[in-house]
Write a protein that binds this ligand. Structure first.
Ligand SMILES: [Zn+2]
Length: 305
């Protein structure tokens, strides 16, 4: 039996799973990322989780190891060049160092790209070969799957949908731009709007959702604003790609009933392609397992080249 190991490297939790060709999870483990202990500790934690799974699955043949990491990746060099969650891994040969420890080839992928690939393999995108996934969290990550594979662009930085400009003079973003989608539609953006509207300084996106459920007009307005920003970005994506499917995931999804109607209205109004081609905008289905599936799928995909 052949299996692959996928690793999802979060800022605080590292999850790893052994998955077979059919997408069945054979074994799944989680451990702390150990980021506060520095780079070596994180690299060791990744290696240790792979070793643990290999020992458990010793009867099987390992097809390879895929790792989803938060941040911009230079794919060919195996470097992470920018990561908000794990800055200690920046400008360091992450892939080569882990390969040295394990003696097995490693495939790195941006975590949002890995999640998009996971949804294509085993989630809401199983029936299509082309899709875009937007993950709405602290920021907004994105992954583009074209022809069944991740669209990487020139050096591996494609799919940064969170930094699409939705308002030319909008909120300033850490990337240097103004009005990035993630500054207007992420969970963090929802919380900032709540603060501005005096709904509480520490209200979470979930709190705002409950307020909206209770009929709070300000809370509903926040999700309308969020939905419009998403719709503006999605209309652009639909126009550019003409893909059949666009998926949304992340902790803000429960508020779908509030943000989706204004979102769909914007897409409809702004995209000729949307009005003339069957296009679905839906919820992703794998939740926080998407990245793990996608990372594990990387070695299987590599076998097919
Ligand atoms: Zn930005």
């Amino acid at each position: 039996m052949e299996y692959s190991i996928g690793v999802d490297l979060g800022g605080t939790i590292l999850r790893a799973a052994a998955i077979d060709h059919s997408g069945k999870i054979l074994e799944k483990i989680a451990s702390p990322t150990n980021s506060e202990q520095g780079r070596e500790a994180v690299i060791s934690a990744i290696a240790a989780s792979v070793v643990e799974l290999r020992e458990t699955l010793k009867e099987g043949r390992l097809a390879g190891v895929g790792i989803g990491v938060p941040g911009f990746i230079l794919l060919e060099r195996g470097y992470i060049v920018g990561s908000n969650n794990l800055p200690m891994l920046e400008n360091y040969p992450v892939r080569d160092e882990i390969e040295k420890l394990l003696g097995t080839p490693i495939l790195l992928e941006n975590d949002a790209n890995a999640a998009a690939l996971g949804e294509k393999w085993m989630g809401a995108g199983r029936e299509v070969n082309d899709l875009v996934l937007l993950t709405l969290g602290t920021g907004i990550g994105g992954g583009i799957i074209s022809g069944g594979r991740v669209l990487h662009g020139h050096v591996g930085m494609a799919g940064e949908v969170g930094h699409i400009t939705v308002y030319a003079n909008g909120n300033p973003c850490g990337c240097g731009n103004y009005g990035c989608l993630e500054k207007h539609a992420s969970a963090t953006a929802v919380e900032s709007m709540a603060k501005l509207l005096n709904l509480g300084d520490n209200a979470t996106a979930e709190d705002i959702f409950h307020l909206a459920l209770d009929g709070n007009e300000k809370a509903k307005m926040i999700f309308t604003s969020m939905g419009r920003a998403l719709g503006i970005a999605l209309a652009t994506l639909v126009n550019v790609f003409n893909f059949p499917l666009y998926l949304l995931s992340g902790g803000v999804l429960p508020a779908w009933e509030f943000f989706a109607p204004p979102m769909m209205k914007e897409i409809e109004a702004r995209s000729f392609t949307f009005r003339n081609a069957a296009t679905r905008v839906e919820k992703a289905t794998l939740g926080n397992l998407a990245g793990l599936y996608g990372a594990a799928y990387l070695p299987f995909l590599a076998q097919r080249i």
